[in-house]
Design a protein around this ligand. Structure first.
Ligand SMILES: Cc1cc2nc3c(=O)[nH]c(=O)nc-3n(C[C@H](O)[C@H](O)[C@H](O)COP(=O)(O)O)c2cc1C
Length: 192
């Protein structure tokens, strides 16, 4: 039976209405139009400490991550979601620190549920101030997502990224906004 998908959006920029957030919102809009329910998490507003490599989360019968911060409620939400939208600006030729903290801490996810990454559907949205994805460093982050999520058995459904400097500049790139909406529909589609 067809079940509507749950999509969890992670905004990795401190700019709540910045360019990567705008792309993520377009993806969310496409997913909603395809019947998905969407929840958005603004990482910059949360207290998420760096992973301290205690490996408590990797022990058998682990109760999860030993750090009691705002990451805790996210673990179960991440497991319950069918799909994640991962949005980040390019900072120093890769993803933002906010997003990397979240990504490192997701190392503990297997302590909260069996094979939590397996088959997880992922869409990526990125913005950069440089000329193109190569000279801006965007590709470094894209490659990290590809390698990391392939390694854990998740499925990257698509990636949208474009050049924009000031918050909102990305709106001028109409073709990219359309691409983002289409990606959201694909993310929520049962047939793919
Ligand atoms: C700390 C910082 C580092 C940045 N580093 C880069 C960079 O390495 N390459 C690049 O093309 N743009 C860089 N930028 C520009 C942002 O990627 C650009 O403004 C982007 O549109 C921000 O996306 P947002 O609106 O989603 O935050 C940097 C901006 C800041 C604040």
């Amino acid at each position: 039976m067809k079940r509507n998908k749950k999509v969890l959006v992670f905004l990795g920029s401190p700019r709540r209405k910045g360019n990567s957030a705008i792309l993520a919102e377009r993806i969310a809009g496409g997913a909603r139009a395809a019947g998905a329910s969407v929840e958005t998490v603004f990482l910059h507003a949360l207290a998420i400490a760096p992973c301290k490599a205690c490996y408590a989360c990797q022990k058998s019968k682990s109760k999860g991550c030993s750090i009691g911060d705002d990451m805790q409620p996210l673990y179960r939400k991440m497991i319950a979601a069918d799909a994640w939208v991962i949005a980040s600006p390019v900072y120093w030729f890769t993803m933002s620190a906010q997003l990397k903290l979240w990504m490192d801490r997701s190392f503990a996810l297997p302590a909260y549920g069996k094979d939590p990454f397996e088959g997880k559907r992922i869409a990526v949205a990125m913005a950069y101030g440089g000329e193109d994805p190569f000279d801006s460093g965007c590709v470094n982050a894209l490659r990290t997502f590809q390698d990391a999520y392939h390694y854990v058995g998740a499925k990257i459904i698509g990636m949208v990224y474009g050049s924009a400097m000031e918050a909102g500049d990305i709106k001028a790139n109409k073709a990219l906004l359309k691409e983002a909406t289409a990606l959201g529909k694909k993310l929520a589609d049962d047939n793919d």
